[in-house]
Design a protein around this ligand. Structure first.
Ligand code: IPE
Ligand code: IPE
Ligand code: MG
Ligand code: MG
Ligand code: MG
Length: 305
């Protein structure tokens, strides 16, 4: 990332999750039922070099929780991080479809519906979404059934009508409706914030976080989610398509609702900073054990892709 120090731990978590997903897809390919085209599309959409911010959030939040609970749950955290990243990959495949944002470029490559075709992309999205939940039920995941049910509940709420899918509906409606800033904030919280919150909380659950830590993590992630989407919108206005690996200038053309529309570029930058600051403050009682999550919040608003 230009001008921004890459976070070593994030790169390492990203690598672990990439390997995990690769291995999982390989296992699926060796199944008796062979559907190579769908598997290829799933692989294309999930192993194409995302930043793995959500994976990093799961793993960092897990490490933080483990410090206080004296648990060791790194392997389970990587599986959970893979689950969240597959769900995120599905959301991107569907977000790019012609009937949604109609975007031909993702992570520097053709979007899944361009590389394959629309129907295959829809099915790959569907299968990536269910894969996320399948992973959370796996027998060899070293978690109790109660923990697994909690994780499934968090992720399903975050992905559904009260989360990402609901936010995406608001995002589409905003193309023809005028939203006030409260509605824009709610849309950002749902479409992007819910999966970011789920990542942080799920990492906490895996690491045995107590109630007060879960509360602090919730405040952190709710603020981070909004900061993340404001920055995404700013990059659509000001970023470089080559660096971002996705088209720029599209939000304005499509009439997307954003903080920029309400506060202008500089106002939106300030708001992103404020949300990121609030995120960091939420964890200040945890001192150096919150450093990874705090550094990630800073990276989120300073990134150039
Ligand atoms: C893009 O998310 C979509 C949003 C929710 C804003 P990311 O910027 O995390 O995308 P990848 O995973 O790094 O490609
Ligand atoms: C978030 O918004 C998308 C999802 C929740 C999947 P955007 O539509 O702005 O994301 P990008 O810019 O296409 O990555
Ligand atoms: Mg969108
Ligand atoms: Mg989009
Ligand atoms: Mg965007």
């Amino acid at each position: 990332m230009n001008m921004v120090e890459p976070l070593k731990w994030l790169l390492s978590d990203a690598k672990a999750v990439d390997n995990w997903i690769k291995h999982w897809l390989e296992k699926k390919s060796s199944n008796i039922i062979k559907i190579p085209r769908l598997l290829q599309a799933m692989e294309y959409a999930s192993l194409n070099g995302g930043k793995r911010v959500r994976a990093g959030l799961v793993c960092a939040s897990n490490r933080m929780a483990c410090h206080y609970s004296n648990k060791v749950s790194e392997d389970s955290a990587v599986s959970v991080a893979a689950s969240v990243e597959l769900l995120h990959a599905y959301s991107l495949v569907h977000d790019d479809l012609p009937s949604m944002d109609d975007s031909d470029l993702r992570r520097g490559l053709q979007s899944t519906h361009k590389k394959f075709d629309e129907a295959t992309a829809i099915l790959a999205g569907d299968a990536l979404q269910t894969a996320a939940f399948e992973i959370l039920t796996e027998q060899n995941l070293a978690l109790t059934d109660t923990q697994k049910i909690k994780l499934i509940r968090y992720l399903s709420i975050a992905a559904g009508v009260s989360g990402m899918a609901g936010g995406q509906m608001l995002d589409l409606e905003a193309e023809t409706e005028l939203y006030n800033i409260e509605r824009v904030t709610q849309m950002q919280q749902l479409k992007t914030g819910s999966l970011i919150t789920a990542s942080v909380i799920m990492g906490g659950i895996v690491g045995g976080a107590n109630t007060s830590l879960i509360k602090a993590l919730s405040r952190y992630s709710e603020n981070l989610g909004v900061a993340f989407q404001i920055k995404d919108d700013l990059l659509d206005y000001q970023g470089s398509a080559v660096e971002l690996g996705k088209p720029v200038g599209q939000d304005n053309i499509r009439g997307k609702a954003s903080f920029i529309e309400h506060y202008g570029i500089n106002g939106a930058i300030k708001k992103a900073e404020e949300f990121a600051e609030k995120a960091c403050e939420s964890l200040q009682d945890y001192h150096q054990h919150a450093m990874e999550l705090q550094s990630l919040a800073k990276l989120v608003i300073n990134r150039t892709y």
